[in-house]
Design a binder for this molecule. Structure first.
Ligand code: DGJ
Length: 730
């Protein structure tokens, strides 16, 4: 084997830890490859990203494509182009020219790590590019570390995590947008000349509106189960900016990273600035294929306890709002336990004594149980939970305070504010944000969880909320020359707190909530077991939102609750079966006052909960195949989950519009084994003695996928739905 070939195979298999030098570098996952050119003292260039290359293909591609674009473009010598990194050196010079000085590889955490060290040709300024290629899932994470040894501070004006050129053709972008109670809406647009920017400037909640995850369909209009798709997710919890520049060249230029607006960073000599990871995936099985890659990676690597089944819970919020009391909580637990529920979560309204929390305008920070409402304290609630054989969880919003709170009275300097300007406030006209750049505040926020857990170790779940943007741009902790670091330092402070919590309480189930789905991102999910998808629990609107969010995030993490009829957000009336069938496609829960349910509804809920327990491993660990998009306006929406062994599956179909004699498409299933026969079971018949016509039928995977299911006679009325279990039989 010649030396060049040996280097290639070492790099592609990466069994060694060491320093290697190679002209071209092959970075591979089970079915994808990234190729870079890294000549010693030359520029690091991008060559290829897509389907996995063999060693031979790798050599051929290198001879065809010498690399036109830098893998991490920098500013100064090619000024008209967009760049990833732009700085001002301490002598005022604005230019960079990076050359490759070292290539290293090692194996860690089920992944091969390639580190390419770059240095400026003139200044002692360094960039290390990291490429982490997972070997159990098709994701490559890319990030950079920026440092220097110049005498004084170097100003970082732009500092993206990564850049990817995408060859032009008929490339479409799929991305999420939305608003409070309408998160995760899917938008699909062709990439056209000019710049498409997807960004967030909230400071702390970055997915109420746009999302930091996108997909590029390379073969025309996005399709769910065919076509080549590149997916990208920026793993960051703060302000981000994704740019796609479609210029006169043959490529679209994609950049992703922290949003540098109002975040100019003054980098000290010796300090290392690490950018957040950009996770890339590629699939030739359409959008759903890329989603499955993200889901698998999330469960295995990017979600707390991603391989443990989630419990079925009842959250008190829509049932009682702030009207929490011992008797009411006890009754909810008893009723939910009788329906088969496993966990009860007491939401907002349980704390504050000087200022009892009766609305959104007081008490955040005063994390003492309200004696007036709960005279028996948390102990009383835990005793109820024990009595009803159910686990207990609690709501907190620990990064926040209200001007009407004991915490604010005691520590007015712990709040983000500008000394010489009036204080801006959020929810309830009193909500303010704690200054998490301050280590004392970090200790306090850690203490909110730590004290609760130390005093009540039986608490098994916490819902961590955040109902306020980072309003005022000022920290009394950060020095003057670091005020522009506020957004970045806040998020670093938050990460530090969460790392401490996870180190001490790895088993505690934690939900990531931010006024609904404002923090659904892979920057924070490694610390959380799940996220609250939206404050909107309307089952029809959820179909659209959950469809969007499922593009990037797995069902195991997507909290999906059955709520009241009529729905509190939209006022819509939807049958209980439909509400359950929608919620059962994610992590099932309820958000309802059981007292308001009649006996028939309770009996149905009990059967549906039992059915969900049966299919839970398929939904929570299975592969998602989205079949008919609600965004295609075909009157129905449909999706399914299949186990990796293809022996079990769950199929859902929802009628989302209703007209007389409307044409309803038949739905072809996907992901099954064509040679297997599957027995179909109606999971949620309204009357258990009258399941749907498909119940009990045994049909081959081939027919289910080729001929499909005619839904017209199954989904007759408005808001009719179907949840079918498929079980392979011999
Ligand atoms: C916003 C959350 O999204 C809701 O579920 C609820 O927890 C409220 N905050 C409580 O104030």
């Amino acid at each position: 084997m010649n030396i060049k070939k040996r280097v290639f195979s070492l790099l592609s298999s990466c069994y060694v830890v060491g320093c290697l030098f190679a002209q071209n570098i092959l970075i591979s996952t089970p079915t994808t490859s990234l190729v870079l050119s890294a000549p010693e003292k030359g520029e690091l260039k991008y060559i290829y990203y897509g389907a996995k290359l063999s060693d031979r293909d790798f050599q051929t591609i290198g001879s065809l494509n010498k690399g036109k674009y830098a893998a991490y473009p920098v500013y100064g010598l090619n000024c008209p182009s967009e760049v990833a990194l732009a700085v001002k050196h301490n002598d005022g010079n604005m230019t960079l020219q990076l050359e490759v000085v070292k290539v290293e590889s090692s194996h860690q955490d089920e992944a091969n790590l390639t580190i390419i060290s770059l240095k400026d040709k003139v200044y002692p300024f360094y960039v290390k590019m990291y490429y982490k290629a997972y070997q159990d899932t098709d994701i490559i994470e890319i990030w950079s570390e920026i440092s220097h040894q110049e005498k004084k501070t170097v100003v970082l004006n732009q500092f993206a995590s990564a850049y990817l050129p995408i060859r032009k053709g008929d490339v479409w972008l799929s991305h999420l947008y939305g608003a409070w109670a309408n998160e995760g809406r899917l938008e699909e647009v062709p990439l056209e000349a000019g710049m498409k920017v997807i960004k967030n400037k909230d400071g702390v909640r970055n997915s109420h509106t746009a999302h930091a995850e996108v997909m590029f369909s390379l073969d025309g209009k996005p399709r769910e189960n065919e076509g080549r798709v590149i997916g990208a997710a920026l793993c960051y919890s703060g302000n981000y900016k994704l740019r796609i520049d479609t210029d006169e060249s043959d490529y679209h230029h994609f950049f992703a990273g922290i949003n540098e607006d109002n975040s100019t960073y003054n980098l000290k000599n010796g300090e290392i600035f690490r950018t957040p990871e950009l996770a890339l995936t590629y699939s030739d099985e359409g959008l759903s294929g890329s989603s499955r890659n993200f889901h698998r990676w999330a469960r295995l690597h990017k979600l707390a306890n991603g391989t443990k089944l989630r419990k079925i819970l009842l959250n008190s919020w829509e049932g009682v709002y702030f009207k929490v009391n011992q008797k009411g909580m006890d009754e909810m637990m008893e009723a939910f336990s009788a329906m088969g529920g496993e966990l009860f979560v007491m939401d907002d309204g349980w704390f504050g004594n000087k200022y009892p929390r009766n609305g959104g305008n007081s008490s955040l920070g005063d994390w003492e149980v309200c004696k007036e409402k709960l005279p028996e304290g948390i102990e009383g609630l835990l005793a109820s939970a024990r009595k009803h054989h159910i686990k207990f969880g609690i709501w907190i919003e620990p990064e926040m305070s209200n001007t009407k709170s004991e915490l604010f009275e005691k520590h007015p300097d712990w709040i983000l504010k500008i000394d010489n300007r009036p204080l801006s406030t959020g929810r309830g006209k009193t909500q303010v944000v704690l200054d998490l750049t301050n280590p004392k505040v970090q200790d306090f926020v850690f203490g909110v969880v730590d004290n609760l857990m130390a005093n009540y170790p039986e608490i098994s779940y916490m819902k961590w909320d955040d109902n306020c943007s980072l309003l005022d741009y000022g920290s009394s902790y950060l020095p003057k020359n670091k005020q522009s670091h506020l957004y970045i330092e806040y998020n670093r402070g938050l990460q530090k707190v969460l790392q401490r919590i996870r180190a001490k309480y790895p088993e505690l189930v934690m939900q990531l909530c931010a006024g609904g789905g404002a923090r659904v991102n892979y920057g924070l999910l490694p610390y959380f077991d799940e996220f609250w998808t939206s404050d909107d629990t309307d089952a029809l609107q959820r179909i659209y939102m959950q469809w969007g969010v499922s593009g990037f995030f797995p069902a195991i993490a997507m909290a999906s609750h059955v709520s009241a009829d009529k729905n509190h957000q939209t006022g819509r009336r939807i049958p209980l079966k439909f509400r359950f069938d929608v919620a059962m496609s994610g992590r099932l829960g309820m958000e309802i006052q059981p007292k308001d349910m009649n006996d028939v509804d309770k009996a149905f809920a009990k059967r549906a909960i039992a059915a969900y327990k049966d299919i839970r491993p398929v939904v929570q660990f299975g592969d998602l195949y989205r079949l008919v998009s609600p965004y295609d306006n075909k009157g129905v929406s449909s999706l399914m989950y299949v186990t990796s062994e293809k022996n079990k599956a769950v199929f859902y179909a929802y009628k989302i519009s209703h007209f007389i004699n409307m044409v309803i498409p038949k739905v072809c299933m996907n992901g099954l084994d064509p040679s297997k026969n599957y027995r179909l079971v109606d999971l949620t018949p309204v009357d258990s003695s009258k399941p749907c016509d498909l119940n009990g039928k045994i049909i081959s995977g081939k027919i289910l996928m080729e001929e499909g299911i005619a839904l017209k006679s199954l989904l007759k009325s408005e808001y009719s739905s179907l949840a079918l279990q498929l079980q392979a039989v011999d």
